[in-house]
Design a binder for this molecule. Structure first.
Ligand code: HEM
Length: 477
């Protein structure tokens, strides 16, 4: 049907059957990303709440800080859509954390939160795990030197930190299964966008165009990951003993057995999906942010120099830097905040499902509408930021050089569904960034593609490929 629900947010007219799908796709391609296309449509219809229809789904996108804050902190927006795409992501079920809602979601999320904290989240233990990965990376740079694709180089390390929290082990970066998994992740995040793309709207496409629609790809990712985790979970089941709680899987098994395996919520299928949620949620976001970080240091060598000077002046040579000492380097912190504002890896977050009909900015939002959140609109509004299109870490410092926080910087979201691993991500990014720049200066490798401000759109934004060269510094080895 083409009729808009009463008082539905404004937006382009709906075509029969496809709604605005074609228009949005075309515009996203033309403007280089879905976040730009959505912003453009919001301008055109002069609205901060944009109403679209993609296939048979109502999609509302929310812009500007006050409205986004309202959405993120209100109970009725805490759902996740239950569409074909999300079901596919969860192997046909509704399990885990990222794709569920209601009481089961909150039980699983709280369990994982509590145990990640006990496993050292935000504490020394976690830093030690991260440091182990940093040391490996520094050793490779030291012995192999040469030119490096930052993303490919750092992604295995980040994955290993998450892997270690879940399974208590690390995997060699040369492991072929790990390499395949990373490659599949990469392709998956580029094959889809936050609406799930064409496939979620036309599930029947999987029968006639399984490759083109991304259906085969996502099936491959699922099968691979499931095998990966099931093997580990099986091994944990075999070696579990009363009181054995040193990683997330053991803790989950303890919970299942404490319930005599008859709690519907705490089952192996949930555990597999939780592992997957943590992998998918954490791996590319964190390494993608680092990828942008080093790219921006190449593009702004003066800022890189200032970062290095501040590190040199505040940490003794050869010392180990703790994340808890970050207050000693406010400029570095400001640079990292500005990186997340300027090149946020999730410019459109969500998707959310409206759990009961509600109103937003005077418009009616029907039950089960899918809601997208333009974090991009918050991070780039000239109303909140001076010249948002300029990369300027100083915006997070006062005249005395002290860090100023800004509630409008929301890289990890807000409210009950905010990122559950913010501390882990921030610690990881800080430690890799600081320890690498302490010992190396990064520049563009000769023969690399010239740098552009362009990036590759997808569920997760990433820079266009570049090769970096890490040159050993003589001052602070
Ligand atoms: C720079 C790195 C990261 C960024 C920018 C980021 C950002 C976000 C944002 C904005 C959300 C909220 C989505 C929403 O509002 O619906 C989110 C949720 C989530 N994040 Fe992160 N994240 C990062 C790292 C991580 C890491 C390292 C992990 C896991 C180890 C992780 C796991 C998750 C999960 C499981 C959710 C879903 C929470 C839920 O639905 O209840 N993220 N993340």
């Amino acid at each position: 049907e083409m009729k808009r629900p009463q008082n539905f947010p404004p937006g382009p007219m709906w075509l029969p059957f496809i709604g605005n799908l074609h228009e949005l796709k075309k515009l996203s391609k033309f403007l280089g990303g879905q976040h730009h296309a959505l912003q453009e449509l919001a301008h055109k219809y002069n609205t901060n709440v944009l109403g679209l229809k993609l296939g048979s789904e109502y999609i509302v996108t929310v812009f500007t800080y006050p409205l986004i804050r309202e959405v993120l902190t209100s109970e009725e927006y805490q759902g996740r859509p239950d569409n074909f795409f999300l079901r596919l992501r969860c192997m046909g079920k509704r399990n885990g954390i990222t794709c569920t809602d209601g009481e089961m979601w909150s039980n699983q999320r709280n369990f994982v939160n509590r145990h990640l904290r006990n496993l050292g989240f935000g504490k020394k233990q976690m830093e030690e795990m991260i440091r182990e990965e940093v040391v490996e990376v520094l050793n490779i740079l030291y012995t192999d030197g040469g030119d490096i694709n930052v993303d490919k180089f750092l992604a295995p390390s980040v994955l290993n930190v998450i892997w270690a929290l879940i399974t208590g082990e690390r995997i060699s970066r040369d492991d072929s299964q790990l390499k395949e998994l990373l490659d599949l992740f990469n392709r998956r995040s580029k094959a889809f966008d936050m609406t799930g793309g064409t496939l979620s709207l036309y599930p029947w496409l999987r029968y006639i165009l399984p490759e083109w629609s991304g259906y085969n790809l996502i099936q491959r990712v699922n099968a691979n990951m499931k095998n990966f985790f099931m093997k580990t979970i099986y091994e944990h089941q075999q070696s579990w003993k009363e009181g054995k709680n040193d990683d997330l899987i053991y803790r989950y098994i303890s919970e299942m057995r404490a319930n005599n395996n008859d709690d519907e919520d705490f089952i192996e299928e949930q555990l597999v999906m939780i592992c997957l949620d943590l992998f998918i949620g954490g791996a590319q976001t964190t390494s993608g942010t680092l990828n942008f970080a080093f790219l921006l240091m190449i593009m702004y060598p003066d800022i890189q120099k200032k970062v290095q000077n501040e590190i040199d002046e505040n940490f003794e040579k050869g010392s180990i830097i703790d994340y808890s000492e970050r207050h000693k380097v406010p400029y570095v912190e400001a640079v990292l905040m500005e990186i997340m504002r300027f090149r946020h890896v999730i410019p459109v977050s969500g998707p959310r499902r409206v759990m009961q009909e509600t109103t937003l900015d005077g418009y009616t939002i029907p039950k089960d509408t899918t809601v997208l959140i333009s974090l991009y609109s918050v991070h780039n509004s000239p109303e909140y930021w001076n010249n948002p299109e300029i990369f300027e870490p100083e915006r997070f410092l006062d005249e005395k050089g002290c860090l100023i926080t800004n509630e409008r910087l929301l890289p990890f979201g807000l409210g009950k569904r905010r990122c559950l691993a913010e501390v882990l991500a921030k610690t990881c990014i800080f430690m890799f960034f600081v320890e690498i720049l302490r010992k190396y200066t990064v520049c563009l490798a000769p023969g690399s593609e010239p740098l552009t401000e362009k990036y590759i759109p997808g569920i997760i934004l990433s820079p266009t490929r570049y090769q970096a060269r890490f040159v050993a510094r003589t001052t602070n080895i």
